[in-house]
Design a protein around this ligand. Sequence first.
Ligand code: DGJ
Length: 692
Amino acid sequence: MTIHSFRDGWVLETHMTGYALGVDAAGLLLHRYWGARLPFTDDYAPVQSTVGWASFNGPSQLLREEFPAYGDYKTVNPCLKVTFADGVRDVVLRFESAQVTGETLTITLKDDHYPVRVLLTYTVHAVTDMIERRATVINDGDSPVSIERLFSAQWHLPYGDQYRLTHVTGRWNDEMHLRRELLVQGIKVLDSRRLTTSHHHNPWFAVDRGAADEDSGEVWFGVLAWSGNWAIQAEVDEFVSTRVNIGINDWDFALRLAAGESFESPATLAGYTRDGFGAASRHLHDHIRDTVIPHGHDLHKVLYNSWEATTFNVDEESQAVLAEIAAGMGIELFVMDDGWFHGRNHDHAGLGDWWADATKFPNGLNPLIARVNALGMAFGLWLEPEMVNPDSDLYRAHPDWVIHFPTRARTEARNQLILNFARPDVQDYLIALLDRLLTDHHIAFIKWDMNRNVSQPGWQTDDHDPREIWVRYVEGLYRVWGTLRARHPQVIWQSCSGGGGRADLAILRHADQIWVSDNTDAAARILIQDGYSHIFPANTMEAWVTDTHAAQLPLRFRFHVSMCGSLGIGGHLLHWSAADRALAAEQIALYKDIRPLVQLGDQYRLRSPQNDGFSAVQYVAKDQSAGVLFAFRTHMAFPAEVPPVILRGLDPTARYQIEGIDAVRSGAAWMADGLRVRLEDFESTVRRITRV
Ligand code: DGJ
């Protein structure tokens, strides 16, 4: 039993975590506790009432409501803001009922006066130690209501401490840099206003008291499962009460709820650990693999992607030549990227016309696919379904299908406009077209790209508030992708948005993988991959070996960096020497051997690349029978020495052999004393760890 009704509320328990909430005498739903699981249900403190502080801080200002609405005498950052049909902008939510169904607690709150209900659901994921929350607003009245903010949840941190926020930030070609900063009175906002999750921030937070590290210390962390505009607002109020609001961004936002309509927010998931940032990541990794990704426990194939080799200049022969070399190196999946479809000779034309270009592929794609399959490889294809070039048959037929304001110029970026996926006719068109493509061809993999931010976010609609475009677009995206996925369940999908512009737990319900960055410089990738690993497991992280800075970075080093995720090769194989190809074949064989550990094991960040030029990461089988260690030296100034590598995650009482070291020692010894590796600048090593 993971949900207990007790005294004045409920206790939710995962293996390690307790979370308690309750109702006060006035019927307000209050937060009681979030932290380590306690031995007895009555260990969790009862709801606290308050008489307020001064006329400037009435009681409702001091209460820690689970889902505060904007209304009554309070100014805390609310989760819900509504304007009713009569112009009233004040919501007072009181407890109406609660229901426990399996692992889900649903609490119904109701406004004091207006026929509006809010359903808060709390789902306990006991095994992965996560709690999932959503909020649903229901308009039971006869008049429409306008929702101006609807966050998924407010997560309260234990009262009275000062906290540090960890998050990731970046930009195109430079994603996922880890940042840590103290939270002080005020609101720290992270968000996206770009229609997608964005390269700039990610809807993930981790909060600690300033002393947690990789292996120890309390960390509270959470995510939002949403691929559109989102916001995280970490507020410290004047009483040093810290709370994190998370949900759909309310910037340029409104939802019109007609009589009888409802809207469910996206899910937010959060967890707590005493074992530092490493454990927080592993909880998320397990959760994502076990419950989010469609093929979460299938091993990903080693792929070749021809983009950096042939860019738009693809045809059957150019791809077949690359495919033959790829197959000879042990590659299992050949992906043809951009450039294959009607009129696509450069980035000025073609997007929207998703059929094979008749000049490049006079007999269609099937002859190439057959040749790739005959080489023993599966075949994959690149798409950018949400986009259209003005120079395309689709745009000429439907210029009104793009996101635009009729009186404004349509700003192009990369010479393209965004199809309005909020429109059901646009969704239906894409579903039919892409369904045909997938039905008529033997396609095992789709890379779904999205290469610009939004501008002029207009939508000519009578059925919705036009500002709903931010939400309805994302719902439309999920409908198109979800329908295709359901009709073609064998396809592995990758989410790409010019690299890591769309990486989140909602897109991972559709996509099995993320293309993390267009930056394929291996030295830069170490940092990007480290940031990414704080949220997402390695099997979702597609990582190519390319020719970027090949003169400075040895091929083996480039391979080792990419082998920390789902290995891909993106270099121009015709330019690779026989020795390069032989080394590639050897590294691919090694990767296939360690792939179950990397993709499905527990990840331990042993030494962060954020701090210096030496980093190490380890993956351990769930049963601790084996592991693999990667260590990288980028640049360390003379006379710096590579420090010892202290292993993690092994069974302390078992004995392990580490490849290249002539000694068998206990897990305890490797985790206390570690090992030394000798590396020069831009050298790396991969060591298999075997229990003997
Ligand atoms: C952006 C992606 O990130 C690249 O890998 C490549 O697919 C290009 N788009 C193709 O236009």
